[in-house]
Design a binder for this molecule. Structure first.
Ligand code: ARG
Length: 260
């Protein structure tokens, strides 16, 4: 995670960002600290990446890499505004004992567009990640990559339209209208028992959730998901990240998972 010390909305690269509505960095920082506190209180370890002036989206660390089995698949950002972030992530990994580092050839925005399940990687395309990066990730991780076409600009990253709830049991939640008809059908075939999220909860960034297999940390306004999550044995943990929503991201976007 990276503290939003320099967070602001100074450019617009997704429909949620409006530079006319700048963000309050101190409120964003307080909300982010709460999210860190939630992870720590649940027994998780939080590692920190140093924030840098001029990189206001650096708080969205999910986009900086994809890590599975200790192997790091670096990111390559679609927009020049975020391009320098990729290197900061790789430097962090190199300095923290990660020896398998892949510098990507094709554009991919890390866990923004790669979701890890027990059997495969689900991979978004259509807005940010180049479909060629799907093959590149498959070769690097030796896991099947299932490409999914995103069609709604509000859900420009896979992690805004789909959440992995249990990566051991292949349990997911998703919002079908965010995907092309063919990709919807792929999801229906692979995950017939998935939790289907409605428009309101998805627009409240309810699928931008982080699950440890029991607790599901999600924005506090996505209340429609609480009941269905409890019915499946999960415990919803609501957090208020309203200030970060101005940048077009929530809990998951702020959290890159270091899978050992
Ligand atoms: N402003 C950032 C962007 O548009 C938000 C990134 C959100 N991150 C995510 N994992 N969906 O790139």
């Amino acid at each position: 995670m990276c503290p939003p010390a320099h967070f602001d909305v100074t450019y617009s690269i997704n429909p949620w960002m409006d530079p006319a509505k700048p963000a309050d960095a101190s409120l964003a920082l307080a909300q982010w600290e709460q999210l860190c506190g939630v992870y720590r209180s649940l027994g998780h370890t939080v590692e920190e990446l140093a924030p840098e002036p001029g990189l206001p989206d650096m708080v969205f660390t999910a986009n900086g890499a994809t890590v599975v089995g200790g192997r790091v698949f670096g990111a390559r950002f679609a927009h020049p505004e975020r391009e320098p972030e990729a290197e900061r992530h790789l430097e962090w990994f190199a300095a923290h004992g990660f020896t398998h580092l892949h510098v990507p050839v094709h554009i991919n925005e890390g866990e923004g567009d790669f979701a890890v399940t027990a059997s495969c990687l689900l991979a978004g395309r259509g807005f940010r990640t180049n479909p060629l990066a799907h093959g590149e990730a498959q070769e690097y991780f030796g896991r099947p990559v299932i490409g999914l076409e995103l069609v709604d600009p509000r859900y420009y990253h896979l992690d805004l339209a789909l959440a992995v709830l249990d990566d051991a049991a292949d349990e997911i939640a998703y919002h079908p209208p965010a995907f092309s008809p063919g990709s919807r059908e792929v999801l229906r075939r692979l995950f017939p028992d998935a939790l289907i999220a409605g428009e309101e909860d998805t627009a409240a960034f309810g699928l931008n959730a982080v699950s440890d297999g029991l607790h599901v940390i999600l924005p506090h306004t996505a209340t429609g998901l609480h009941g269905p999550l409890r019915d499946r044995g999960f415990e919803p943990v609501p957090v208020d990240l309203s200030e970060l929503h101005k940048g077009g991201g929530s809990a998951k976007c702020c959290s890159q998972e270091l899978r050992a």
